[in-house]
Design a binder for this molecule. Structure first.
Ligand code: C5P
Length: 224
């Protein structure tokens, strides 16, 4: 079977987290959610009352944090200085503040180095890592590089179902601003909307979850 590194990027609502977890389970790979690391730093900054706009203070905090990442795709998790924040980092207050942390270039440098260390460690058993800059910055030499895209309506509908359990008009309206604002802020530092050279783009707009997973598995078996 496949043993190596699969890099996956895509915007929020592209469905990449659930797809990557499913692929990891099927191929027996480890799974790294890099967004969870940016969320964990955001959680810590809010918890310690560090001003998110104070770039130097946030970077200093970030470098000092012990991040324990569980890369088991059956139960991925993250702890900050011994506190399990796996659930807490999904709160809306974190999603709303995470771009301020992710656009801090000193934070990015620190987290990218940690991500590369994890990939080096898990290369033996094989790992799939997902985020916004995995195919371009964290692991440009990955064995398989994929960009999952979806048109904005499909992404907002997916996020609405995740957050509100429905994609009725109210849920769509509530989700629209959140998704659009975050993507706009995030894309000021990383380009995850266009596929870099050699990256395979999969447009998931019209595909079911199972179809996306099957497509990823096919690309992996064809390229690796
Ligand atoms: O993937 P998720 O939506 O959980 O990511 C949360 C945030 O982390 C993104 O909105 C983005 O600001 C940041 N992020 C990033 N680079 C990555 C992964 C996530 O900037 N590789």
């Amino acid at each position: 079977g496949f043993r190596g590194v699969i890099a996956v990027d895509g915007p929020s609502g592209s469905g990449k987290s659930s797809v990557c977890r499913a692929v990891a389970r099927q191929l027996g790979l480890r799974y790294l959610d890099t967004g969870a690391m940016y969320r964990a730093v955001t959680w810590a900054a809010l918890d310690r009352g560090v001003d998110l706009a104070d770039r130097r203070a946030v970077a200093t905090l970030c470098r000092a944090l012990v991040l324990d990442i569980t890369t088991d795709p059956a139960s991925p998790g993250i702890a900050v200085d011994g506190v399990d924040v796996t659930g807490a980092i999904r709160q809306t207050r974190i999603s709303e503040s995470v771009s301020a942390i992710a656009t801090n270039l000193d934070v990015r440098a620190d987290l990218i180095a940690r991500q590369q260390a994890i990939l080096a460690e898990e290369k033996g058993p094989g790992i799939i890592a997902e985020g916004r800059d995995i195919t371009t910055v964290v692991a440009p030499d990955a064995d398989v590089r994929l960009l999952l895209t979806a048109d904005e309506n499909a992404r907002i509908a997916r996020r609405a179902r995740e957050l509100h359990g429905t994609d009725d008009a109210d849920a769509l309206a509530a989700t629209h601003a959140q998704v659009a604002t975050r993507d706009k802020r995030d894309s000021t530092v990383v380009d995850f909307l266009a596929a870099a050279d050699g990256v395979v783009e999969i447009d998931t707009s019209a595909l079911t979850f199972d179809q996306v997973v099957a497509t990823v598995l096919r690309v992996v078996s064809e390229t690796a």
